[in-house]
Design a protein around this ligand. Sequence first.
Ligand code: PEP
Ligand code: MG
Length: 325
Amino acid sequence: ALTQEAREKQGPAVTIDGQQVRISANVELPEDLPLIRENGADGVGLYRTEFLFLRSEKGPSEEEQFALYREAAEWAKPNRLVIRTLDVGGDKLLPWLSVRPLETNPFLGIRGIRLSLQRQELFRTQLRAILRASTQGNVALMFPMVTDVSEFRRARELLGRVRQELEAEGHRLEDVPCGMMIETPAAALMADLLAEEADFFSIGTNDLEQYTLAVDRLNDRVSSLYPSPHPAVLRLIQRIVEEARKHGRPVGVCGEMASNLALLPFFVALGVEELSMGSVLIPRVKTAVRRIRVADASEGVNAALLRKEAPEVLEGFNRLAEHFY
Ligand code: PEP
Ligand code: MG
């Protein structure tokens, strides 16, 4: 029999009035995988694939990728594993895949889906490995750094071609949901149109903050100028979630904000379905969800959002958090 503590860790996170929020894991390295079970993750909301490419000398083969994605799918089973396609560029540079000439502003350069669409041989290999691994569990995939409808369409079309190719080779594949990160202000503002294209959204608050506030996420000198949560970012998040829900698309949050207990009533009141975070943070957030009443959260959140500056908004959110936990 499970102890009380184990039941709490492994059980679902449901508010007092019955709204469930999936609390899932962000995985950066294969070593993180055992932690997802230990901490009762409701799935993997973000499997970052960069490590595979950063540690390799010329790029990982399809077989290498397939083995790792399959391993992750097995750890996540029966819950969902969301694999994000390669997101290098920005601060993560690959010696064997350098963008030449060097960019002055790599965060505004060839990054994420932009790189994948330019280096299609690399992208195809990754998509093949993901689709093959999808038969081993409950797998979805998503694209990072989407700014435009055409990028998503091109990426998804390529996915369709890769799928046909695999089927022609005799692979029998299930449907694999195909979503996108919403982490640029352009994507947030286009959420209504993107929701017609993508199966789900995952909000990347780290980049959404960086690009909305024009603040390099690695530069402390500027990041401290704008305390979080900046109302502009909250407005974008509200818009993204509302549009996703209007179109019946599931929406999650996978940036650092997802594990911030002060923001939890905000996400719950909006109706975010999944919060994804480092595994060790999961039990604490699950416990907090179980103390929230959605009706009270909505009221408190709306009052806090009337405030105009981040510290005031935060104060409102903190007061609400203290009321619940
Ligand atoms: C984000 O931008 O919030 C995110 C989750 O992706 P990464 O931190 O890998 O850029
Ligand atoms: Mg990001």
